[in-house]
Design a protein around this ligand. Sequence first.
Ligand SMILES: Cc1cc2nc3c(=O)[nH]c(=O)nc-3n(C[C@H](O)[C@H](O)[C@H](O)COP(=O)(O)OP(=O)(O)OC[C@H]3O[C@@H](n4cnc5c(N)ncnc54)[C@H](O)[C@@H]3O)c2cc1C
Length: 430
Amino acid sequence: MAEKFDGIVVGAGPAGIAAALRMAGAGMKVAVIERGEYPGSKNVMGGILYRQPTEELVPRFYEEAPLERPITESRLWLMGDGNVVSIGCRAAAFAEEPHNAYSVLRAKFDQWFASKAVEKGALVLCETVVRDCLTEGDRVVGIRTDRPQGELLADVVVLADGVNSLLARELDMREEIRPDRVAQAVKEVISLPPGKIEDRFNIERGEGVSIEAIGDATRGLVGTAWIYTNRDSISIGVGGLLEGVGHRRLRPNDLIEHFKGLPPVRRLIEGGKTEEYLAHLIPEGGYRSLPRLVGKGVMVVGDAAMLVNGLHREGSNMAMISGKFAGEAAVEAWKRGDFSRRSLEAYVDKLKDSFIIKDLKKYSRALPFFERNPHFFRLYPGLVGRAVAEFLTVDGVPKREKQARIFDILYERGRWNLYRDLYNAWRVLR
Ligand SMILES: Cc1cc2nc3c(=O)[nH]c(=O)nc-3n(C[C@H](O)[C@H](O)[C@H](O)COP(=O)(O)OP(=O)(O)OC[C@H]3O[C@@H](n4cnc5c(N)ncnc54)[C@H](O)[C@@H]3O)c2cc1C
């Protein structure tokens, strides 16, 4: 006879562990099934972790979690035509404990996060692949794993199995992955002594920097490249819409090598040793790509539910908060003894009331707009660089004439095209 749990979570990433924390914390009998050797062993993130959402699950986590560095400075690089325009912010509040965000390495962080769910009483079962969901009619009643006699029953199953979520697809809750709705990302972890990191990034011990770069950084693809400082390593990566990568026949490895070879990047990583090379998809389709989030006895959370805000580099927070909401909805359903679709809809209501659906809705037109207007990534970063360089060049040219030259550069795509682009960008981002 298959063992029965109150709740089963598939996947021990931030979304799954958040759901398990809420359910086990309320006294439910919970199992988390993870295919990796340990939680985090297969997981990829840039990775910036945000304090506020994490604290909703584990108060004062920063006193014990394996964090790399607090992010005390964020920079944005516009790269093109050999120029880099850098815009940075060192907010006083970000330098203070508890900080706004931290760099993390998921292999360490996820293990620690999962241990918190174990402390609450959840069973975390690793090296176990969930093959499919067990159903009775249209109700999910458990899972089938790759272990001998590997069936487990549950009143509610939370699918937190990441961007590919074969399980949500099998239940017809999600459509196939579309290349215009996911980004292909590659990442390396490059080791460097802490002192070198601090010198090169102009920071003190216990401080950290995040750099996002667009333009030539991604060879003009709609996407970003990034560099984050860890304690004694640097996370560096590039991500671009799968469609663009395919169209231009770019190989992910060439993209990261190109970025690493750009002079400002080369100087930051010089002498470092590549310790890890990882590739992963990021679901960036936003509001238009949301799947069916709830069924009878089942909920979909995190990347499996396509909950990522690519413009703001937010994914782990949406994963945790959606997991938390699903966990809370499961607890309410358990108390009522009602795991019907209607009862679990409380999860969707919570998502709708939160920043998650509000933000995804706000930017619902942004990705298609930038796909149709790739010059924002291919052309404009270079033009801005040349215009700023012209402004800074002291060459005896009277300032009025210099101003005219700057406008000539900015109008290279046509004056009205520029105004139209700016207006349209404002409309989709406001
Ligand atoms: C390159 C990259 C950079 C990113 N950078 C950032 C960043 O800086 N900040 C940020 O907030 N977000 C970032 N994100 C997004 C963030 O990583 C995700 O949004 C977040 O990890 C989603 O969490 P999740 O728990 O939903 O899924 P995941 O973290 O993908 O976890 C899914 C888990 O399910 C397991 N699993 C899958 N299928 C099965 C199965 N059949 N049986 C058992 N287990 C299974 C997997 O092994 C995995 O452990 C980045 C993503 C990528 C790819």
